[in-house]
Design a protein around this ligand. Sequence first.
Ligand SMILES: CCCCCCCC/C=C\CCCCCCCC(=O)N[C@@H](CO)[C@H](O)/C=C/CCCCCCCCCCCCC
Ligand SMILES: [Zn+2]
Length: 268
Amino acid sequence: MAPTIDRQGYWGRPTSTLEWCEENYVVSFYIAEFWNTVSNLIMILPPLYGAVHTYRNGLEFRYICSFLGLSAVGVGSWCFHMTLLYEMQLLDELPMIYSTCVFVYCLYECFKQENSISLFPIVLLLIFSVSVTLVYLQWKEPVFHQVMYGVLVACLVMRSIFIVTWVYPWLRALCYTSLGVFLLGFLLWNIDNIFCDSLRASRQMMPPGVGVVTQFHAWWHIFTGLGSYLHILLSLQIRSTYLKYRPKVKVCIVTFIGYPFSKIITRL
Ligand SMILES: CCCCCCCC/C=C\CCCCCCCC(=O)N[C@@H](CO)[C@H](O)/C=C/CCCCCCCCCCCCC
Ligand SMILES: [Zn+2]
């Protein structure tokens, strides 16, 4: 990962096992990586809105958990990029695993009766989450976490593609938009890691304020946040259709950048 920049700030020396390409404590003395921190708002606020909406419309508890899980990842990620402390890194990375497990449960159990609870997948996902947590606490290797997270995402991708290919083809656009946006974020995550030296050098030559567009880890937060949010909507739409809720898609204006239009499902 990116070499450490020597600049010191409020939280002292980083203790995390990972550092990103954004230079530390440049914008604020209190926030180690400013852009990587504030970009998490996109992962925190819209899912909170989704959770409230899901609750108000009497939709299943598992979808409230999905939205809140995504918000929790955003809060953990905010704390991590603000401090670069190891404990906060765990608060970012472990909820990624837990919330994706909730997504997996929702998508693999979407053709079951309303409010039914299947113990077998819950136990399986719990064993997976606990094992990943225990191994990662001992073996502090970020690649292990990334591979485990990637396995869960691959399960989601395969299941989504199966459903929109064979069951609800009219949901293809939503599925591939969610996947495309997520993968675009992943591409930017890789560019940030691989070309960090060139990105830092190019920022030096840009006028103040323009360099922010090269903060590709922040862009990863934005795209992965949007892709994950759309994925929850897809999952909710599949479930609502199966339960014959007559899902109604409303276009509404949400007042922050990146989410000008979002689809909302209501139970009529
Ligand atoms: C059909 C669409 C599927 C979309 C799936 C969406 C699943 C989203 C699940 C949870 C939301 C998590 C949002 C990510 C937050 C990122 C926070 C973050 O930046 N954390 C880092 C620390 O700041 C952390 O170290 C980053 C880890 C990144 C791991 C990247 C691995 C990506 C693996 C992607 C594999 C794609 C597989 C595609 C298979 C066809
Ligand atoms: Zn991050």
